[in-house]
Design a protein. Sequence first.
Length: 268
Amino acid sequence: MPVTNRIAGPAEPPVRENAGPAIATVERAAEVLMHFAETPSATLGVTEIAEALGMSKAAVHRILASLRVRRLIELDPVTRRYALGVGAMRLGLAYLDRLDIRRVAAPELVTLSQRTEETTTLSVRTGWTRIYADQVTPAREVIMSVTLGVPHPLHVGGSSKAFLAFLPEEEIEAYLADGRTVAEARRLHKELAAIRALGWARSFAERMSGAASVAAPVFDHHGRPVGVISVCGPLERFREEVDRCVEALLESTRRLSIQMGWTEQERG
């Protein structure tokens, strides 16, 4: 079976250079933009921004005027309050359009495998099925390995159910109504509700004899599952590792979701 092994470390943060006034002005403008993105209020006044960022009102006013030229910021002529503009939206959408879950998840899979000493996988959805798109295996004598690219139904196994449980309700209903009895649909509904409450799914020899896994979704900026990360290993060994693996898994999927544009309020 194919195995993906990589060595990847966390990206180094940019080094802040000592530069002249032009760079300082750019940094202050970036601080203002990020303040709009991070504050819960949809609109802000000059005084609010100045007090929050420790700038003079004159400096804030100059920055806002410059940002308005490129429509990064818009001014309501009635209230005289400012909000993010269509230019800021275009920047955000351009970033999100370039996100590739496999590329983004690659270093996290390595870190998670090293931390749990088990195989980690990434699954992506393909219609009413999902496939393994990547995996990292640990340096142990006995490991689990998956086959990449083979479709699996969304109602069997931990990774599949972690996808299905977090789809919109109408998509879940459509899937469960396709070729399943009322009793089967009712049972799956109950199981999916439990998975949503926990935030993760488990599978003990459900899809593969002798294998066990825990899996959790990665959300995009709409709060939809764009991928699923799992930690898997031999059943008998894994029984003793579940809590530790779940903790590490949820930390990884949260970091990845944030990278994909997800925020807390996206899931209500």
